[in-house]
Ligand binder design. Sequence first.
Ligand code: ZN
Length: 310
Amino acid sequence: MTCDSVLKAIPLYFYGELSPAEEESVEQHLHECAACARQMEQQRALAAGLDRRRAEVPTMLLEDCRADLMAAIQGGAGAAETPAASPWKLFLHALEHSFSNWTRYRQPVGAVALLAIAFFAGRFTQTQPGLSSASLATPSEPAFSTVRSIQPDTAGGVQIALDETRRRVVSGRMDDQNIQRLLLTAAREDNPAVRVESVDLLKSHSDSSAVRDALLNAVAHDPNDGVRLKAVEGLKPLAADPDVRKVLAQVLLADNNSAVRMQVVDLLVEHRDDAIVGVLQNLMQKENNSYVRLKSEKALKEMNASIGTF
Ligand SMILES: [Zn+2]
């Protein structure tokens, strides 16, 4: 066996996941190779450190975690009836972060078992604040842990360095500057559900120029239809503003969602100006939504403009 394949096999060996033949070749290699034997020692020290804490895990909790794991594997979500089931998500999250570059440990069951022990210990200490001195997460605030290094010491202990990202809950009123700043950041998050929610809250505060810019940016560039619709709603009070109209005109000509175009055409024809004529004439060349066509046609007629450009 090569050193590389032995290193891959060590966690599996440790948790009895290897076939007898594989076990034998690992053992043989460990006898001959000091570097790999050291790795094995580290594994042993790590497991010993974790095992000391595993001893206190109640069976019910293990059952619980197993159910959560099955739910996470099958449906991508924790068990529905346990609102505090998110520790599994935390664990899977930590796993993903810690091991995204450590791909060789991703699939093996043994490696998962190793991490699961760390996780059980973390979850267990969450319910026992007195034991939290070395826990992966404090009882009140979930933390996403990334393991940076593992150092066994000579006394059979181990030092594990973690980076933790802690989740905070910030609450306040909508007119709070800090809340608004956070909502503006949320309007650029990857998660479209978060963007819809934040634009929905921001839309009643379009008197702030930062909010106005965020709404304009969302209506022109957000890939999510729901976010763009909310942003159009928020721009309603600003439909007479020339800068806003310029952006809305571009959206009317470019947006492929007819619900968005319907909202935008309503806003634009409500406040008429000369620039709108050209936009509507352009639109009539290609618009296939009958509501948008009707609205545009009516507005052009009322402005005594021809329906075609030529
Ligand atoms: Zn080796």
